[in-house]
Design a protein around this ligand. Structure first.
Ligand SMILES: Cc1ncc(COP(=O)(O)O)c(C=O)c1O
Length: 383
């Protein structure tokens, strides 16, 4: 591994007190929750340390987050962002929830594309918004795609007020193309719904794939979208609590400005995110390179030890979406992996009923620990 990502053993990681490292007994290898095992980028650590050294632990100032994200988005995605349209949020899910509360009627429907990030279902429930599913289409070769007929039908419902799109898509690690995004824009315009786009995994799009920010499209709807991004996945700092929302229009900016009290990020998170976006590009490169290697390694390990498991390497992030139905472990294969193999994956049903028989393996770790995770999965089924 690149030295920027540090070296760590399982014992080192077990000293961490985050959810990932404390929720299971010590003999379980955790490979579930969406955080990575790499050591934090030094410029981020230095920014947080410098703040601690001078007692700078108060509420967030306006800071340089807008400029920092605009520079990053321009360099990485070729997306021209107005810094004054960038708003700090404590985390992406809170940003999404606040926007939905502000711009959609109580009780109305929000369209999502399962299998998709489980908290989308939870948050819509907390907000008393209905979950309206337009499931992804799965071809016989295992490839998933947006189902435009299903999306059209869902958006046409009179009670639907918004569409919550995930790009890159969790749990598939799939990126949606410019043409697909333009079709979505057309449909949202036709049906007059609000559009929220969760692009939290975009910094981790791997070589060979392209992330097209929705708001960069040449389409009238691009200006109406709310985009959510963050340094939290890319630089592995979800514990520092800061994300960004980019308002497409002045009206959207007013919505976010009006909700400032509910959207206060952590000051340390803002400082860390500025450092990530402006000074830790080489660390991100190292991670992207490592994830591409791990993606190939996972395919090799599965072919060798668990050939019944279906895996189509994703285009982004640390998400390994595994079709375990060939193992005969039922709808919740993660139970057998945990009980018999002592490795914790995320069960596919966390992402919707469409995930029954699947599991998500987190590959954001060293090749050694990834190998150990697959070895344990294989041991769980007697291989
Ligand atoms: C698609 C997606 N959105 C949001 C989140 C959560 O982000 P945050 O901690 O900023 O709310 C995750 C975390 O895994 C995610 O995968």
């Amino acid at each position: 591994m690149d030295k920027l990502l540090g070296t760590f053993t399982l014992d080192d990681l077990r000293a961490r007190k985050s959810h990932k490292w404390t929720v299971y007994p010590a003999d379980v290898l955790p490979a579930f929750v969406a955080e990575m095992d790499f050591m934090i980028a030094e410029p981020i650590a230095a920014a947080v340390r410098a703040a601690l050294d001078i007692g700078d632990t108060g509420y967030p100032g306006d800071g340089e987050l807008g400029e920092a994200f605009a520079v990053f988005a321009g360099e990485r995605f070729g997306w021209k962002v107005r810094p004054d349209r960038v708003f700090a949020i404590p985390d992406v899910m809170t940003g999404i929830a606040e926007v939905l509360m502000a711009v959609t009627p109580h009780g109305s429907g929000v369209v999502i594309n399962p299998p998709v990030y489980g908290p989308f279902f939870l948050r819509l429930g907390y907000l008393s918004r209905q979950v309206v599913q337009a499931p992804l289409r799965r071809a016989s070769d295992g490839r998933y795609d947006l189902d435009f007929a299903a999306i059209d039908a869902a958006l046409a419902r009179p009670d639907v007020s918004a569409y919550l799109l995930c790009n890159p898509h969790n749990p598939l690690g799939r990126t949606w193309s410019r043409d697909q995004l333009l079709q979505i824009a057309d449909l949202c315009q036709q049906h007059q719904v609000e559009l929220l786009v969760d692009e939290i995994h975009a910094p981790l799009v791997l070589d060979g794939a392209e992330h097209v920010p929705f708001a960069s499209l040449d389409h009238p709807l691009a200006e109406r979208a709310y985009t959510f991004n963050s340094a939290s996945k890319g630089w592995n700092i979800p514990g520092l609590k800061c994300g960004v929302t980019v308002a497409g229009s002045a009206a959207a900016a007013a919505v976010l400005a009006g909700r400032w009290e509910a959207l206060l990020a952590s000051h340390l998170g803002v400082l860390a995110s500025v450092a990530a976006f402006t000074q830790a590009g080489d660390w991100l490169e190292a991670v992207r390179h490592q994830l591409a290697q791990n993606r190939a390694l996972l395919a090799e390990l599965l072919a060798k030890w668990l050939p019944q498991v279906g895996y189509l390497p994703g285009q982004a992030s640390f998400l390994g979406w595994l079709d375990c139905r060939g193992l005969g472990l039922g709808d919740n294969p993660e139970d057998a992996f945990l009980e018999r193999g002592r490795v914790a994956l995320t069960g596919g049903t966390y992402f919707g009923t469409q995930g029954a028989g699947f599991a998500r393996l987190n590959i954001g770790t060293s090749p050694e620990l990834l190998t150990e995770a697959v070895r344990r999965m294989a041991a769980a089924v007697g291989r």
